[in-house]
Ligand binder design. Sequence first.
Ligand SMILES: Cc1cc2nc3c(=O)[nH]c(=O)nc-3n(C[C@H](O)[C@H](O)[C@H](O)COP(=O)(O)OP(=O)(O)OC[C@H]3O[C@@H](n4cnc5c(N)ncnc54)[C@H](O)[C@@H]3O)c2cc1C
Length: 394
Amino acid sequence: MQHTFDYLIIGAGMAGEAAAQALREADAKATIGMLGDESHPPYDRPPLSKKLWKGGKEEDIWRPIDKARAEVTLQRRATKIDRAAHVVSDAAGDTWKYRKLLIATGGTPRKLRGGDDFIYYRTFDDYQRLRKAVKPGARIAVIGGGFIGSEIAAAMAMNGCKVTMLFPEDAIGARVYPESLADAVTAYFREKGVDVRAGAKVKGGSSGTGGTTLELENGDSVRADAVVAGLGITPNVKLAEDAGLAVDNGIIVNDHLQTSDPDIYAAGDVASFPAPALGHRLRVEHENAAITMGVRAGKCMAGQDAPYDELPFFYSDLFDLGYEAVGTLDSRLETVEQWVTPFREGVVYYLDAGRVRGVLLWNTWGQVDAARALIASPGPFDAENVRGRLPAAA
Ligand SMILES: Cc1cc2nc3c(=O)[nH]c(=O)nc-3n(C[C@H](O)[C@H](O)[C@H](O)COP(=O)(O)OP(=O)(O)OC[C@H]3O[C@@H](n4cnc5c(N)ncnc54)[C@H](O)[C@@H]3O)c2cc1C
């Protein structure tokens, strides 16, 4: 079957939905099509590892896609873009003609060999699978000490599960937090009853009727009723790559979210965008970036001048700890810690070559714009003169 739209969006996720709303607002009469390969319409992913485990309701996660009056086709995977003909093909054999196209395909979780039964946590289906396994006393193994792993481990512990957390680094969040904070977070998880196995490398697992047995490289084994893995994602760039678009750890876009083909845009986790304040490109996996980029891409596709010119921010919740963060959070940079209460409330600055490259606002709220301004400032900054820059007066 052949379909024709003014605007076609590949990916029924957070960026795609935001783009559909912006397109509808800009152009009341346009035809908007959306292809999504999940069986669900667009929804918020962050609650899958947070609110839904703290009494939040499933009905609150759905994004208001109906408002955009887009024709949404679910369980439909786009397989090819013919740029010359302006036609997308899908796995069911249909073709979708577009005037302007948005690629908002997100990413695919990295997997472990021998871990076919693990829940590689990304989707509402993954949440529902885990929900079935969760009951007081259930043994849940969580592989990964990054954002998803630490949020899920905290959520499982708060739901009365016996949690074992396994990751190769020395501490939770070791790639992001300065060493002292990573150690404090790890100690906090242990206080909350999580069996944290830092330095543990999982070789694989075997499943039977009594659950899964994980084999570790040091010869140990861990038994679990369910295994959740948060090992990061790889951006879904294949469609773009096969179509000859410029790709380098994400689909390369300019500040108007346009790819190397001016009729094709990209937004969200899949897009690599210029970040002048940092002096290099960024590809991030943040809700704020997905939604803002989606909105700007929609506006640009509709002919408006709406550059994506801000640094995205990220947030996370771990038990009763929470933070927002902006810029590059890499523990290999010089870090300057400024605590009101050690490891409970404060600010961490990430410095490189006399500039502030990232800011971690630990239980410190309302400072995202001030942090963006600090990162954009030419400095020069060092460990002495950066202290006290935040929190800025409101
Ligand atoms: C559990 C979890 C917790 C998170 N928590 C936070 C948080 O606390 N803070 C934060 O800032 N960010 C968080 N994030 C990240 C945030 O959710 C993502 O950055 C955001 O979802 C990215 O939006 P997107 O539209 O780019 O991708 P997605 O929302 O992943 O949407 C992409 C969609 O495209 C579909 N697709 C892919 N290929 C095709 C194809 N060929 N044809 C059709 N459809 C296709 C995918 O199946 C998917 O449905 C979290 C993510 C997860 C998974």
